[in-house]
Write a protein of this length. Structure first.
Length: 514
């Protein structure tokens, strides 16, 4: 799946170790231009991609640090438009004989900029706009023939350009939402400077992915394990469009799914898609293996291994199947090393399927970010319930139950979870939160309901905001919403008499409890 010829020339994001490289790539795609993240490489290697433009990302080092990452300076003579951001801008300035200096005080956070001479890049930016700065060094003077087009109090050169050489730089971060008109700056670079065309659309993504799958698998049979999550569902829907009834979907019901999840997936794939759908009810097998197990890692191991065993049982019956669908996404590919997109990371989306299953992988989402996967899923006709479902861990509700996992305790956490999501949806917050769910603790406390003393479990409510799950913050939910959730959970879910709200961020906590 790797030698994809997308319908347009890519914009390359050269990653100098920036936390924002993926964000830059997403912003470019939001402007309907295809982008790829690559490591710093030679000018010739960059040209092998036939790029329409190049963006240098920021980076953590000073351009004068002994271990600073450099770029092949021949890149400046290729005639390809280049935009340097932060470190990337400083690199252009340094390489072409400008001066980058150390400052006593860096610039961090929202900063006002003041415009200089007229600018192709900053055409939509207004005098006094706020931009997002995050740097220590700054550009003191421009290379010869370059113009300074913006300044700030601490950056004598906040933006520069050389229209003849098609080289541009901004000391600030246009990709960050806190920069006023940041996306307009990126668009000016793409369309006014580089003349890119807007042909990265969901239709072109789908058509290209379908062509790729068809040419990879031909008339062969394909197997797909559906997890209930959006990635495997969209991957299956795409492959189904490509190969029709040569696709078989397998859904292993572990008994650890969210409320309505198994039914929704089955309904989608039996009603709207032409595939053989194998639904395996394995609840009893999972519960019997989990009996008496309290250790989180042991739970994960048992669930992962049993899932594989069951999937193998199906796969072994399908002797004529050669291909296995995986919902690997672009961030997984990038994390295996930018520019190493051909290295298949042993990434397991569904229950940790092993590499030795003798299938060739079909990965139709390998070039897509999560938000693009959702757009493609909607366009392919999957329901909002599936497409906009919040992330869910492979081991399911088992890692949201502290202590032993029994059908009764899964019932409690599932019912509470459904109430949490229902109220979050009613409050219009579902898409603002990364995740919101219920956790069942393993302690009991005293309460009073009616005239009766109770001694029951608490539900812990967990709601977080996050961009990528690497870090997360607890969501500042309104008190009246917290109250509504707590009172519904206690009155509607048997066995619960108290609700607590987890206000730990990640780090030091994790999002899940186990
Ligand atoms: P933690 O708890 O590590 O979770 O902060 C980060 C994100 O990953 C999800 N998660 C998993 N996803 N298989 C998955 O596919 C897993 O085993 C797994 N464990 C955690 C979690 O829901 C959160 O979004």
């Amino acid at each position: 799946m790797d030698n994809i010829i997308w319908p347009n020339r890519p914009v390359l994001i050269v990653d100098f170790g920036a936390q924002y490289a993926q964000l830059i790539a997403r912003r470019v795609r939001e402007a309907h231009v295809y982008s790829e993240i690559v490591r710093p490489m030679s000018a010739q290697e960059l040209m092998d991609f036939n790029p329409a433009a190049i963006i240098f990302s920021g980076g953590p080092e000073s351009v004068y640090a002994a271990n600073s990452v450099d770029i092949d300076t021949e890149v400046y003579d290729l005639g390809i438009p280049i935009l340097g951001i932060c470190y990337g801008a400083q690199l252009i300035a340094r390489d072409l004989n400008g001066v980058v200096g150390k400052t006593e005080k860096g610039e961090y956070g929202r900063t006002e900029i003041h415009l200089g001479s007229s600018s192709k890049l900053l055409g939509s930016v207004l005098e006094g706009d706020n931009v997002w700065m995050s740097h220590r060094d700054h550009i003191v003077s421009m290379p010869p023939d370059f113009r300074t087009v913006a300044q700030s109090d601490h950056s004598p050169v906040a933006a520069f350009e050389n229209d003849q050489k098609l080289l541009y730089g901004v000391q600030f971060h246009p990709e960050v939402a806190h920069t006023d008109h940041g996306q307009e700056i990126i668009k000016s670079f793409l369309f006014k400077v580089a003349g890119c065309s807007r042909n990265w659309t969901s239709t072109s993504v789908i058509e290209t992915a379908i062509d790729q799958v068809r040419s990879q698998v031909g008339e062969e049979k394909v197997l797909c394990a559906l997890s209930g999550g959006v990635d495997s569902a969209v991957a299956a829907a795409l492959v189904n469009r490509a190969v029709g009834s040569n696709l078989t979907c397998v859904f292993v019901d572990t008994g650890l799914m969210r409320q309505g999840e198994a039914e929704e997936v089955e309904a989608a794939f039996t009603r709207d898609f032409k595939t053989e759908f194998i639904h395996i009810n394995a609840k009893d097998r999972f519960f019997s293996r989990l009996k008496g197990v309290r250790d989180p890692e042991e739970k994960r191991k048992i669930i992962g291994e049993l899932f594989i065993r069951i999937f193998e049982e199906v796969a072994n019956e399908k002797v004529d199947v050669k291909y296995l669908v995986q919902g690997t996404l672009y961030p997984d590919v990038v994390e295996s090393g930018p520019g190493n997109a051909s290295v298949i990371k042993s990434h397991h989306n569904v229950g940790g399927l092993p590499d030795d299953m003798n299938f060739e992988l079909v990965e139709p989402l390998r070039r897509l970010f999560k938000d693009e996967v959702r757009i493609v899923g909607s366009e392919l006709g999957l329901s909002d319930e599936i497409v906009f479902r919040q992330p869910f861990p492979g081991p399911g509700l088992a890692v949201r139950i502290v202590g032993e996992v029994t059908p009764e305790r899964v019932g409690i956490v599932r019912a509470a979870d459904a109430i949490v999501l229902d109220e979050i949806r009613r409050a219009g917050l579902e898409r603002e939160l990364w995740q919101a769910f219920a956790v069942l603790a393993d302690v009991r406390s005293v309460g009073v309901m009616g005239d009766e003393r109770t001694y029951a479990y608490p539900i812990i409510l967990r709601a977080v905001t996050s961009d990528d799950a690497m870090t997360a913050d607890f969501a500042r939910l309104p008190y009246d919403l917290l109250e509504k959730i707590a009172s519904r959970v206690i009155s509607e879910v048997d066995g619960v008499n108290r609700v607590a709200y987890d206000i730990t961020s990640k780090p030091p906590g994790t999002i899940e409890w186990e």
